[in-house]
Design a binder for this molecule. Structure first.
Ligand code: ATP
Ligand code: MG
Length: 815
């Protein structure tokens, strides 16, 4: 009865309770945003432990980011008031690395294997493409890499691909060769890329049933958050982990002394682990990385007898925000309609803002942040989202000026900085001496007089003699390179050997190269790093340089050293490889720091799963949302709509949607058109505020902003704004012209959304004219370029500096 109910069910609605308490084999929780999916998953983990249905070590919970994993771990801890040692809560990638480090030798890898990020993949592919002259077939590292990644996510390799490819097509032959060489290079370097981490684990389990059985025996409960974004390889991994162990294999295990008797059923088999997945198909935004919502829709078929629980109450957002989200996502086809509702009241209206420029939009965001802050909202409770990283520049500029504390989440990319990659490459070369990529990176960094010809010479010397690059370095005397260069190469090899010997070697390669891995009582990671930095001179060179940029680089390397010290403290047993793994698996969202007291800026993709009191969703324009790259792709606009839905549903109380009529891009000024998705939000939910600059600059005419607001908002199509569609207005010159309501002239629609549409079409400007701009004051026209509606005035303002203005719509007049 209710009285003996555990406190961890407190406050949950009946469906949530059911999801926490259910103890069957397979459970699917499908629900819209903010309905408590992640919360329920967390409580379910706690419940399994509390009821003793599972030991911590029997649980594997998969989250989408490392940050989410840490959060879940903390919450479970807080709920239970006890530790949960031995429980695995981590991302797919982290779990796989853990498994692979243990089992590496079985699949021909060193346990200290390197993990290649996309930049490493690019460098590798660049070398391969160059060697094959594959660019003449149209291949770039980017295009080949994307195709390889896609295939790996489907668990294909070069051979399986070749079997089905049209090998009479020379381009296909070339691609297969690139794929083969890429795989071979990674193998030779004992390296795995991100996709391999999943694929190789699946391969390991399929190729070694006994190994798989050990993990199936261990993990009795598998829980996966954000299941809608799993790709085929991840799906297969889940399947491998939750399959039963046959009676035969279970018997073999028992004969080997593995304790499994308590797990075996009447037939002698070990039943599959229980599986819980939670997800929302409407939030699937990683199709470009192979995410497949069929993993959700096919769940009941794949796991017969699965229990399905729907959650419909949203606890995050106000009803106005939810209604907007529901309306938008309702335009996607092929979906099950979910009726999300909130008990939190209507709340404020959504605020819409049409800015003249990206700069103007940033100013609006910054001003509103200050208003919210003055009203008592903490900076950390606000977030600004954008579709592309390029949009941050204008935002940062204004936020800096207004002294608003902010942080670009996932934007700093600390570990991607060249100097950090250099320093890390030294550590990688110690941990994994066969990693040619790392060795070539540090060969002449800092400068030792080893030129590119020597580098490629060493590489082909290694290939020709079936040596690793490191072995080639040791034998470089045979190359007749001259004493100075040879000496420099040998000195570097010796430095790496010495560093490895500071650690307890995990192994020694065939020709005696020590492999430094663990720190068991020997030197720790920071000591090894400091040894390498001083031995190589990397830090000294930067410190002594007169280039001010090098000072920043030196500071960054010092920051890395500080990080290794923190790592030592936090992970007393952690070795070099653990540190490198942690660094490799850092993702954008892991950059979040809740205690930072700053406004968070991030892409819409990074925002998944998060929530904020106030959200600013910027750049709600055609070309950005939907992004121009996906606007014409099959399924593209639907996926972008889901991205918009994800963005909207992050907001708890306040949601701002903004767009700019012009946006500077690659030195050009583009005219943007309101996103097609805006019209999908019922007009009465949005309060449109006009860009002040535009509304006021309309001179004698009545500002349409006021007019429209009286009529119930710019989002409405029912109301008519007489005179607004006079000529070929704003919409006629946009880059994107699709997605407008059928039967409505696009200009009229665009005018309603944006409110005021200036038409300076007849303004004849020439060089030498003086003009007045609403915001920038007076200035002189230096030049007019472009034609017709795309004419741009290059103006030198008396105080505001040089600007490029689209004559047709800029708030300017001739004086
Ligand atoms: P998303 O789809 O965005 O990942 P979600 O379904 O995982 O969202 P949660 O993040 O778990 O949703 O929950 C959203 C918010 O609602 C959180 O702040 C959570 O604490 C709160 N919440 C969830 N369930 C309840 C409840 N029963 N009572 C009160 N608050 C709740
Ligand atoms: Mg969630």
């Amino acid at each position: 009865g209710e009285r003996e109910q555990s406190p961890l069910l407190d406050g949950l609605n009946p469906q949530q309770k059911e999801a926490v308490k259910y103890r069957g084999q397979a459970l699917l929780i499908i629900a819209g945003a903010g309905s408590g999916k992640t919360s329920v998953l967390t409580r379910r983990v706690a419940s399994l432990l509390e009821t003793r249905d599972a030991w911590p070590s029997q649980i594997l919970a998969i989250t989408f980011t490392n940050k989410a994993a840490a959060e879940m771990r903390e919450r479970v801890h807080a709920i239970l008031g006890q530790g949960s040692d031995g429980m695995w809560i981590s991302t797919f990638h982290s779990s796989c690395v853990r498994i692979l480090r243990r089992e590496a030798e079985k699949i021909g890898l060193s346990s200290t294997f390197s993990i290649y990020d996309s930049a490493d993949t690019k460098v590798t592919l660049k070398r391969i493409i160059k060697g094959l002259d594959a660019d003449t077939y149209g291949f770039t590292p980017g295009s080949a890499g994307a195709k390889i990644s896609k295939l790996k996510n489907e668990l294909a390799d070069a051979d399986s691909y070749a079997r089905n490819a049209n090998m009479s097509d020379p381009q296909e032959v070339m691609f297969v060769e690139i794929f083969r060489q890429y795989s071979a290079r990674l193998r030779a370097a004992s390296a795995l890329d991100f996709d391999d981490l999943i694929g190789e684990t699946v391969y390991l389990f399929r190729a070694f049933p006994k190994v798989a059985a050990l993990y199936r025996r261990r993990f009795r409960h598998l829980l996966v958050d954000e299941y809608q974004d799993t790709n085929h390889a991840q799906y297969a991994l889940v399947h491998e982990l939750t399959r039963p162990v046959t009676a035969e294999l279970a018997q073999e295990m028992e004969d080997d002394g593995v304790h499994v008797r308590n797990l075996r059923d009447a037939t002698g088999a070990i039943p599959g682990a229980s599986l819980t997945v939670v997800g929302d198909s409407d939030q699937s935004i990683y199709a470009f990385r192979g995410a497949d919502t069929r993993n959700i829709s096919g769940f009941e078929r794949d796991y017969p007898g699965a229990k399905v629980i729907l959650l419909e109450q949203n606890y995050r957002s106000t009803q106005n925000i939810l209604s907007a989200a529901n309306a938008v996502i309702g335009h996607n086809f092929d979906r099950t309609d979910k009726k999300l509702w909130s008990a939190g009241g209507d709340g404020e209206k959504i605020v819409g803002f049409t800015a003249y420029s990206g700069h103007d939009e940033a100013q609006f965001v910054s001003d509103e942040i200050q208003v919210l802050h003055a009203a008592g909202m903490a900076y950390r409770d606000m977030a600004v989202f954008y579709r592309t990283n390029a949009q941050t520049r204008a935002l940062e500029e204004i936020l800096v000026r207004s002294a608003t504390p902010y942080r670009v989440v996932g934007g700093t990319k600390f570990y991607e900085r060249a100097e950090i990659k250099d320093a890390l490459a030294y550590l990688i070369a110690v941990a994994n001496p066969v990693d040619e990529l790392a060795l070539r990176r540090i060969l002449n960094t800092p400068k030792r007089g080893i030129g590119p010809a020597t580098e490629t010479g060493l590489s082909s010397f290694a290939d020709d003699n079936e040596l690793t690059f490191r072995q080639a370095m040791r034998n470089s005397a045979a190359l007749g390179l001259g004493p100075k260069v040879t000496g420099a190469i040998l000195k570097l090899a010796e430095l790496l050997d010495a560093a490895a010997l500071m650690l307890v070697p995990t192994s020694v390669t065939d020709d005696g190269v020590p492999v430094g891995g663990s720190n068991d009582g020997a030197a720790n990671v920071s000591e090894v790093l400091e040894f390498l930095l001083s031995g190589s001179g990397l830090l000294a060179v930067l410190r002594n340089s007169r280039d001010p940029q090098d000072e920043v680089r030196a500071e960054n390397i010092e920051e890395l050293v500080a990080q290794t010290k923190d790592f030592n403290k936090e992970n007393p047993d952690g070795g070099l490889v653990d540190f490198l793994t942690q660094v490799s698996l850092v993702a954008a969202a892991d950059d979040l720091d809740d205690a930072s007291g700053t406004v968070s800026l991030m892409t819409l993709h990074t925002a998944k799963g998060l929530e904020y009191e106030a959200v600013f969703l910027t750049g709600v324009e055609e070309g950005l949302l939907p992004h121009q790259m996906s606007a014409n792709e099959p399924g593209g606009p639907a996926e972008e709509r889901r991205l918009f839905y994800v963005g909207i549903t992050r907001a708890r109380k306040r949601l701002y949607l903004s767009l700019a009529m012009t946006r500077a891009q690659f030195g050009d000024i583009n005219v943007a058109m309101p996103s097609r998705y805006l019209q999908e939000i019922p007009a009465d939910l949005i309060d449109w505020k006009q860009s002040p600059g535009m509304a006021n600059s309309r001179g004698g005419t009545q500002p349409r902003a006021l007019n429209a607001r009286r009529d119930g908002g710019f989002g409405g199509f029912g109301n008519s704004l007489s005179g607004s569609g006079s000529s070929d207005g704003f919409g006629g010159r946009s880059r994107q012209q699709t997605g407008l309501p059928p039967g409505k002239p696009k200009t009229e629609w665009a005018n309603k959304i944006t409110g005021t549409v200036r038409d300076n079409g007849s303004l004849e400007l020439t060089a030498g004219d003086r003009i007045r701009h609403h915001d920038f004051g007076e200035g002189r026209v230096n030049q007019v370029t472009g034609e017709g509606t795309k004419r741009i005035a290059h103006v030198q303002f008396d105080t505001a500096g040089a600007k490029k203005l689209l004559i047709k719509i800029a708030p300017i007049e001739k004086i």
